[in-house]
Design a protein around this ligand. Structure first.
Ligand code: TRP
Length: 464
């Protein structure tokens, strides 16, 4: 550990980097389609509840663990367990997080690569031509994902961009990218939202999103909202532990966590407002799956005035959001090598990035390009293909299990004195939140996450 440890330049740097991690494909692609599948209103409310009562407390726990130990997950748990028995188990939990980062990044970059392709297609006019012929967008998407060369290229370009940011370090790489991309992302999204409010479908979209109808709500939706709260806030694998380890002791942990969670939620909801306003304007069918982003939306964009610009702005928005998320995933894996194996940052970013890319190629080829990888059936017929199997493994197992144990660790293995010693630093405001947090992290979060895991095992539910 010869190199001085990186640190964010200040509060804003941390907030934007962590919000950059949180805001990603989960917000702009997954949340809209699961909201649609779950009939809107009531689901949105439950989701907000899940973020507030489970996501936010676990985010506070992760930041606390990271900032206290100044380490990424494996080292963080080792330090906190020093001199106590069972340390191997908790370091193992840290390792599960690092592995989850590896796995998620290996398929996330594939989808992220699509956003680059579609940005290019929107700018070059190809997307407009496809939108003009009925069925052409679907056909194009199908043949594009099955084109091995194109998939590997997109994945490779995206991984190169990701490595570039991690290579330059916490402040000159990660923070700098987030400080440019996040404001642009917000600007694009707000502009699209203002535009959406002038479309014919806006009223219907608002009713759909904000008028809850609780009779539509099922226990499956509640659990799906909870599962998604995890993924969208980047919780359960130590990404926020790692980012928290670069946080200055002068910043307030609960305030930062609240701002990140709020920003993530606002962006997810705004994405719904934009998409549903546009889609409802034309009475389009919404398909579950990647379709909403890459086939349904492009089709409607070109029915609008200035469709090409809207489409390009939209895909750039998604690409930016994805990039700040892939950076956080690579940072978790790299910081493990930096902290635990004493690698240099540059060596860690390039080696780990290259290794994940090589593995990612297998995912890139599992969408039709290679028969064996496409049909590979590791976890049951509904997850055929390596890509689907890994997404299922990570979102349904690694993150919930990781989140459960992080909550248990912060609530039960760390003393109240210990956590207070950390969170009181840099927080000048009222301390009234603290007992509430303790209660949520000790009881509410473990029970809720336990319910997710229970329902996956015993009720056969899935969250993806
Ligand atoms: N939160 C991101 C999204 O919504 C994805 C992501 C980035 C993530 N880092 C993570 C998910 C760490 C889980 C864990 O798309």
């Amino acid at each position: 550990m010869a190199q001085p440890r990186g640190q964010w330049s200040g509060k804003l740097g941390f907030i934007l980097a962590a919000a950059g991690s949180a805001v990603g494909l989960g917000n702009l692609w997954k949340f809209p389609y699961i909201t649609y599948d779950n009939q809107g209103g009531a689901f949105v409310l439950v989701y907000i509840g899940a973020v507030a009562l489970v996501g936010l407390p676990i985010m506070i726990a992760e930041i606390t663990i990271g900032r206290r130990t100044q380490r990424s997950p494996v080292g963080a748990f080792r330090i906190l367990m020093a001199g106590r028995s069972g340390g191997w188990f908790w370091s193992g939990l840290g390792f599960l997080g690092v592995s989850a980062g590896f796995v998620i990044l290996s398929y996330y970059t594939v989808v992220a690569g699509w956003t680059l392709r579609y940005t290019w297609m929107a700018l070059s006019g190809q997307l407009r031509e496809l939108a003009a012929q009925s069925g052409a967008l679907d056909a194009y998407f199908g043949s594009y994902v099955a084109n091995g060369g194109a998939q590997v290229l997109g994945t490779g370009i995206f991984m190169t961009l990701t490595i570039g940011a991690v290579y330059f370090g916490v402040r000159s790489g990660i923070e700098r990218v987030a400080k440019v991309l996040m404001p642009v992302l917000l600007l694009i999204l707000f502009s699209l939202a203002i535009y959406a409010s002038t479309t014919a479908g806006f009223g219907e979209a608002m009713t759909f999103l904000f008028r809850p109808n609780f009779s539509e709500l099922t226990s499956q939706s509640v659990l799906e909202a909870l599962g998604h709260a995890f993924f969208t806030l980047s919780l359960g694998m130590g990404a926020i532990i790692t980012y928290g380890s670069y946080m200055n002791k002068k910043c307030s942990v609960p305030v930062a966590a609240l701002q990140i969670a709020a920003l993530d939620t606002v962006i997810a909801i705004l994405a719904c407002v934009v998409m549903f306003s546009i889609i409802f304007s034309f009475d389009m069918e919404v398909s579950k799956s990647a379709g909403i982003l890459f086939t349904t939306l492009p089709a409607v964009f070109f029915q609008l005035d200035g469709g090409g610009i809207i489409a390009a702005a939209f895909f750039i928005l998604v690409a930016f959001a994805a990039l700040t998320s892939t950076i956080s995933l690579l940072e978790v894996v790299s910081s493990y090598a930096i902290d635990e194996l004493a690698w240099s940052r540059r060596q860690a970013a390039m080696t780990m990035g290259a290794a994940i890319f090589v593995f990612g190629v297998l995912n890139a080829l599992s969408l039709g390009a290679n028969d064996w990888l496409t049909d590979l059936n590791l976890l049951g017929a509904s997850h055929a293909g390596l890509f689907n199997s890994l997404d299922y493994l990570a979102s349904n197992w690694m993150l919930p299990v990781g989140g459960l144990f992080i909550a248990l660790f912060a609530g039960w293995m760390m003393s109240s004195k210990d956590t207070w010693a950390e969170v009181s630093q840099g927080h000048d405001g009222s301390a009234a939140w603290y007992p509430a947090w303790r209660f949520l992290i000790r009881f509410v979060a473990p029970v809720a996450v336990g319910a997710i895991i229970f329902s996956i095992i015993f009720l056969g539910m899935e969250y993806q």
